[in-house]
Design a protein around this ligand. Structure first.
Ligand code: PEP
Ligand code: MG
Length: 957
């Protein structure tokens, strides 16, 4: 590159920087400066504070920093909600609830930092930690009025894990700890004999399984034998004598298995359980869960030791779980279930039918079980008072666990509740209206990708299902229909009103009509950006792709999976959100989009700076996208129009033509059809920009495959089959994705692009003449060298001028831009930008060519990469920021260095992925473009990116 060009680039960069600064900085900075000035005197007053007090404070802080065990109970707690990193989620919330004056059984939390120390010390709990824990146990004893190990009325404790983020069911818990052959008698005297011995046998079983690592079924099978002997089905039918006998057997199992008697010393039990919880951080299932959820290894788990309270001591006892708002609808109804005379695990185990806590929790009117409100009104009233307090304090919907022991309510847990996407939207909007949170917070409360759930029908969660295979969740939603193996059959059956699922080894553009007709699409091959996935998302259809377990035989009309054969016409159901193939018909539900959704979207739109366009090729899709809030079309793939059955013959004629004249004659047949397409799209997108990309795929994709197809086409075109076969062979390429496609077609067959530009322009002029504002943009695919753009820009401009000459009053003035979808284009963006009015990053091809990963084949081996921890995510789903993202950064900087303010967008599938949208927003993109059903996702994700950036700036400022 010449030195002169370099200078220009630097100059341009310098020019832009102050420009941006001038608009925002003074207003934003001035108040901060003032604040800093005001802050100074206060800061300078500090040294004047009494020295003794300062020293005391510093000492207290040091003590806190060195502390490894944190007590909570009796209204006082050494921890708080802010200390999640140290105490884990559960410990932090137990401390916080205690501080709020909520009745929480006393306990203490051993910090997450000890987990690493325990592992480094080869599985030993440091003596210092034991000392602190024993001191805390003394405080627990005082708070609860019982002593640990007391033979007359023992304090029992639970020992539970608690990581920074919830890892449900992944780590271990021990309940009823402190029981032994003596203390059980004390408990029997103080409470009830049956209850005491039941608790002891539960404890031996749990401790044996979790701490002593004795297989669970060794205990379970003895319990089953006992029930058989007594001829009963439920544990509740066994008495104290039965439990005593079983305990003897359990103690023997422990001795046989470990060679040592069951530990009778409560302190030995305690250290054993604490160590087991630390060890459970490193079980295979916990490690796997962390890999999937991206939770760092080094976080570790805390251990919560807490006084036991019992919901199974009689009819004035109960245990339950509740949500402060309905977790499936988001309605502001206190919602929950409980069991009388039961332990927490019984609610989860589903042995007995839980009762609703109040009338609004009664989902099924046919079961008229009494409510907690009716059975224990005092405890219920207190629960209501507490849930309101907790929700207000945490400013989010809470999932709470409680136990009532002898009429007294105890809270065992609170955490932000999991919820459906619909509930998340409703709760966020309602809470903003209640002024519990700000609108910005409301926008950030809803996971952007979850909105897709709201727009598609999904499987009825209560319906049973028989899953026969799994593949990639390529396009969400659910589809039920009979199996068909060809696009033509899909179309034919759909015309008669039958619902069909199109099953293909992989799809090609030839299958478009069948995909359109089908309820859903299932493929054996292909990844998240395979043809099937991209087109299905565009159409808003459900798709399961890359389902490698399927053996499809088109000839026989069968698919085999797991040794079973399914034939044409058999009914299957697809769950595109989970990638499931299910035998038979599963009922679906269509979620309703309430007012809350629209409201949240309006708040999001006010916050975001990045515009959201759509990838749409038909007026219908364009309209759907517009209804979802699209602000234009970022990619109209013209080749999809070429595959319509009524025009593919003309396309084939054009490809097979010998010489320019014959080609032009074929193109003339296509011209009016393309013009019609564009008119429809311009009308649907009135007043909004529409980027039309000129022909992109390799030509052989349009040609017939297979003998029958070949014969039919030869007949329709009036040519010999042999001649057609020879032509097909001639067009075939070894590596078509890097072959004669994209702008390379325009260079060698300028008449094709000429026809397309003419169709765009004539359509634009016609629609404009009817009084509708049109804003076409013409985009060239696969540009790698500025020379290609130079030649093609001239061609496009000449065609534009020629149409305008026939429409003298027209104001249509299309921008001419390029896709940046090969690494060379990104690296030479400063050379390309002077000839491009806009850049649109085609990240499907940029990932394919920059990563050297075939977008149609990677689905076969990428799962192994993820399983082996080489990759965290599929680079076709979320932009590989380090590699492909770096190319995007270079391309953006290069382009804007010579053309400040160059409009830049993205139209690859990543344009609908929230994480990639955040990345594009950080690069300063003007817009993202995605399939119609992802438009709301992108609007919300762009708003969240804007809020994050604002918060980041504030943090730095
Ligand atoms: C791309 O490559 O990212 C793109 C949008 O083009 P296509 O998917 O049509 O190749
Ligand atoms: Mg591309």
């Amino acid at each position: 590159m010449s030195a002169r060009k370099k200078t220009t680039r630097r100059k341009a960069t310098r020019k832009t920087a102050p420009k941006k600064a001038v608009t925002k900085k003074p207003a934003a900075k001035a108040p901060r400066k003032k604040a800093a000035k005001r802050a100074k005197p206060a800061a300078s007053r500090k040294p004047a504070a009494p020295k003794k007090a300062t020293r005391k404070k510093v000492a207290a802080r040091r003590k806190r920093a060195a502390r490894q065990v944190f007590f909570f109970g009796d209204g006082r707690a050494e921890g708080s909600a802010e200390m999640r990193e140290t105490l884990g989620g559960k410990g932090a919330n137990l401390a916080e609830m205690t501080r709020l004056g909520v009745p929480v059984p006393a306990g203490f939390t051993i910090s997450t930092a000890v987990c690493a120390v325990y592992n480094q010390a080869g599985g030993r709990i440091p003596e210092g930690v034991k000392r602190e824990a024993l001191a805390a146990m003394g405080r627990v004893e005082r708070a609860m009025g019982r002593r640990f190990g007391d033979v007359s009325d023992p304090l029992l404790v639970s020992v539970r894990s608690g990581a920074r983020v919830s890892m449900p069911g992944m780590m271990d818990t021990v309940l009823n700890l402190g029981l032994n052959d003596e203390t059980v008698r004390g408990l029997a005297n103080a409470a009830d004999e049956r209850f005491a011995y039941d608790s002891y046998r539960r404890f031996i079983q749990m401790y044996g399984d979790v701490v002593l690592e004795i297989p669970h079924d060794r205990f379970e099978s003895r319990l089953d034998d006992l029930k058989d002997d007594r001829g009963v089905d439920a544990d509740t039918e066994l008495g104290a004598g039965d439990w005593r006998g079983l305990i003897r057997e359990y103690l023997q199992i422990v001795l046989d298995h470990t060679g040592r008697p069951f530990p009778q010393d409560p302190h030995e039990q305690l250290w054993g359980a604490v160590a087991a919880v630390f060890r459970s951080w490193d079980t295979e299932r916990a490690i796997r869960y962390r890999q999937i959820e991206g939770i760092p290894e080094e976080w570790g788990t805390a251990v919560n030791v807490q006084a036991m309270v019992f919901g199974n001591m009689g009819d004035d006892c109960a245990t339950g779980v509740a949500f402060t708002r309905d977790p499936s609808t988001g309605d502001k109804n206190f919602y929950g279930e409980y069991l009388k005379n039961a332990q927490g695990e019984d609610v989860v185990a589903g042995i007995r039918t839980p009762q609703p806590i109040n009338k609004s929790s009664r989902k099924d009117d046919s079961i008229q079980l009494p409510t907690l409100e009716e059975e224990m009104p005092r405890a219920y009233r207190e629960l209501v008072r507490i849930y309101k307090r907790l929700e207000k304090h945490y400013r989010d919907m809470q999932d709470i666990e409680f136990t009532i022991q002898a009429g007294k309510l105890w809270m065992l847990q609170t955490r932000n509740g999991k919820r459906t996407a619909a509930a998340a939207v409703k709760i966020a909007v309602d809470m903003a209206k209640e002024r519990l949170i700000t609108r910005q917070e409301a926008v950030c409360r809803v996971p952007a990708h979850s909105l897709e759930q709201l727009l598609h029908p999904t499987l009825d969660p209560s319906a049973p299902r028989d899953v026969i295979a799994t593949g990639l969740p390529a396009s969400p939603g659910a589809a039920v229909g009979s199996i068909v193996f060809s696009a033509d059959e899909a179309e034919a059956r759909a015309r008669t009103g039958e619902r069909v699922v199109l099953v293909r080894i992989e799809t090609s553009p030839d299958d478009i009509h069948g995909m359109h007709a089908a309820e859903g699409i299932l493929t054996a091959r292909g990844g998240m950006t395979s043809h099937a996935a991209v087109v299905a998302r565009g159409m808003g259809k459900c798709c399961v792709a890359g389902c490698g377990m399927l053996r499809i035989d088109y000839e026989a009309g069968t698919m085999m999976v797991d040794g079973k054969t399914y034939r044409t016409g058999e009914t299957i159901t697809l769950d595109g959100g989970a990638g499931l193939v299910i035998r038979g018909a599963v009922p679906t539900v269509t979620p309703e989009l309430g007012g809350a959704f629209g409201e949240l979207m309006r708040w999001a739109d006010r916050l975001r700076t990045v515009r959201v366009r759509t990838n749409a090729d038909t007026p219908g899709d364009a309209q759907v996208a517009r209804d979802f809030g699209a602000e234009g079309i970022g990619l109209c793939r013209t080749e999809h129009m070429f595959f319509e059955p009524d025009r593919v013959l003309a396309v084939r004629e054009m490809i097979l033509a010998d010489g320019v004249g014959a080609r032009q004659r074929a193109l003339e047949k296509l011209l009016p059809m393309q013009r019609g397409d564009f008119e429809g799209i311009f009308e649907a997108m009135a007043g909004l920009p529409v980027t039309v990309r000129l022909l992109d795929p390799p030509l052989h994709e349009f040609l017939p495959h297979g003998d029958d197809d070949l014969r039919q086409v030869a007949q329709a075109l009036g040519v010999a089959t042999a001649a057609l076969r020879a032509k097909v062979e001639e067009v075939k390429e070894f590596n078509p994705m890097l072959g004669h496609r994209g702008c390379r077609l325009g260079v060698t067959f300028p008449e094709i692009y000429g026809m397309q530009v003419r169709a765009i322009m004539e359509a634009a002029c016609a629609v404009e003449a009817r009084g509708t504002k049109v804003r076409p943009e013409i985009m060239l695919p696969l540009i790698a060298h500025v020379g290609e753009l130079r030649v093609l820009r001239t061609l496009v401009e000449e065609e534009i001028q020629s149409v305008l000459a026939c429409n003298p009053g027209s104001r249509v003035d299309p921008a001419i831009g390029t896709m940046i979808e090969v690494p060379r284009a990104a690296l030479t963006a400063d050379q390309i930008a002077p000839l491009a009015d806009f850049f649109s990053f085609g990240t499907n091809d940029l990932t394919q060519t920059g990563y050297a990963l075939s977008r149609d084949d990677a689905g076969k081996f990428l799962p192994d990469y993820m399983e082996r921890g080489i990759l965290d995510e599929d680079p076709f789903v979320s932009i590989d920021e380090e590699g492909i993202g770096r190319l995007m950064e270079i391309g953006t900087e290069g382009g804007r260095s010579v053309r400040p303010g160059l409009k830049i967008g993205i139209c690859g599938e990543h344009g609908g992925d929230p994480k990639s949208i955040r990345f594009c927003a950080a690069l300063g993109f003007d817009y993202v473009s995605c399939s119609p059903f992802r438009v709301p996702v992108a609007r919300l994700a762009a708003a969240q990116a804007a809020v994050e950036r604002m918060a980041g700036k504030k943090g730095r400022g």
